[in-house]
Design a protein around this ligand. Sequence first.
Ligand code: URA
Ligand code: CA
Length: 435
Amino acid sequence: MRAHELILKKRNGHELTREEINYLIDGFVKGSIPDYQIAAWSMAVYFQGLSEEETIHLTESMVNSGDTIDLSPIPGCKVDKHSTGGVADTTTLILVPLVAAAGVPVVKMSGRGLGHTGGTIDKLEAIPGFNVELEIDSVVRLVKKTGAVIAGQTGNLVPADKKLYSLRDVTATVDIVSLIASSVMSKKIAAGADKILLDVKVGKGAFMKSQEQALELAKTMVKIGAGMNRETTALITNMDQPLGMAIGNALEVKEAILTLRGDLKGDLYDLSIELASEMLLMAKAVGDKAQAKALLIELIEKGRAIEKLVEIIENQGGNPGVVEDLSILPHASTITPVLASMDGYIWELDAEKLGRAAMVLGAGREYKEQSILLEVGVTLKKRIGDAVTKGECIADVHSMNSHNFDAALRIITDAVRIKAKKPREYPLVFGKIAN
Ligand code: URA
Ligand code: CA
């Protein structure tokens, strides 16, 4: 086999076999096939596409490129959740204790944020002492003890994806559904859960800007799951405006704690209940959706969900007092309100721009090695459709010594649109795909 022939075959619109795909990925990771040939193949894939079988074979080759985690020592059905990336999306911090409180074990491997979207691992570091760097034996031990753990990636999972993604990033071959789907699913499959729940975001703050694209991505990922014997369900959810009211690491932890205490309701709460219900259904812990929702709401109201978060924080060396005393979280030195410029209704709260504003303040990173500020960000006071009067506070900007305040304010002003007319309501969840 030669890489040149396989590039030509794909360029001319033919399907590659499992062995051929494996030859390319294996050679790429080992260094026997150079970057420029894989770059050419990726571009051929961009124009010719991958069949369902090719996409599954690619995912399989990527999973086999590195370590995989064996969660079988943990009794019960393990369901993992993955979001394709959103703004003010703190569902992971809410779901993990909530689902564990319902008796279903959760092993959550999370990442750091990049660009306008945040990452759970960064957020957790806002809790003083919280350790996200766990070895796999600690992960297994803590899940057996408490039913839940949240950790950064352990082991050398899917090195093929790290290498391929970096190459796609600089060769204009990121936005291909089959390559995105195999990238995401390879990481989820290597992480070892029995079943996978996907939250595919769509809208201004999401990777997928249209419902058609999001649906195609969701279907492709669910088919990969089926092809690799991992039951997979996808919800397609709204990311036009930020999911919660807080954007920024410590601010989002605070919002998650308030939600788990039952003190805060809204889209973040609703979507967390929705996703957690799907996880309980997938784990067969409940008979139906209504039963799942009733149980989860009860766990929040009776304080069981927040107790589970306390246990997780204790297990991982953090200060559990944070759930009672939110002032333990780092907070910004300057809080400045953003005021409405006219009377009317909030027409737009562009999630990508608001995420970018928080990033500019220091909450996120533009490139991987950048350090971040845990305390800064933006808290919204309004949602799309809310009435506002001129001069009313729409959002607070939390900055450190006004660092990049002016730049952030310009982006926020651009992200918010007010009109005299009330916008039409649109759903939080657009649909569900299951295999
Ligand atoms: N996120 C991923 O993990 N992979 C992609 O290819 C694109 C987005
Ligand atoms: Ca309460």
